[in-house]
Design a protein around this ligand. Sequence first.
Ligand SMILES: [Zn+2]
Length: 233
Amino acid sequence: MEQPKQEDEYGYDLFPERNSAKYKGRSLTESLFTFNHKCQVMLQFATDTSPYAKLLLGAMKSSGCKVLKDRHFSCEDCDGSVSGGFDAASSQIVLCQNNIHQQSHMNRVVTHELIHAFDHCRAHVDWFDNLRHLACSEIRAANLSGDCSFSNEVSRFNFGFKQHHQACVRGRALRSILAVRKISRQEAEKIVDEVFDTCFNDHAPFGRIPHGKKDAGFANRDYENRNRYYANL
Ligand SMILES: [Zn+2]
């Protein structure tokens, strides 16, 4: 799979060719006992404490797609600068243990990939043959995961105008698509623009764009309380 050469490349990709050449480079000891262990610990922390992850896991559970840590997450070494991916064929989220070194990064990757998993669960997404489906999920993942949140953008010196969030989401969705599909930038732009408004405004299961952790916490609380009114009738 080709890697785009951009700055701040997080490379959230889908993994259509995951079973091809892989697992190389690092010594077994280093991979298994250092990076793998650290990855597992950070993953556990993300699913226990990130309001984004908790909301997504809860939403998937109530949609009949319970996520099991051992079955649906896999810490692996990945090529290039890829951080993670969603393997639709096996319904597994891949976390790139050699490229994720900070908890905040882990939280964002887990959230981003869980949004793909959520879409995979609730809709019959045709990841491989329908580029509009792929584009839609990438737009949603960039929009809702915090990839384009205020602090991330400030730290990239991209902070500027009001429409910046949308521009960031569009740019990230484009890069994600181009990383996994051999199409031209023009083709990718056309597809992203066709579905952008619909998918950008689809905030499920958050009910809003969570701008930051606190906001995601409120969204999670609302989500957890969504049935309370009816339960008391
Ligand atoms: Zn993605």
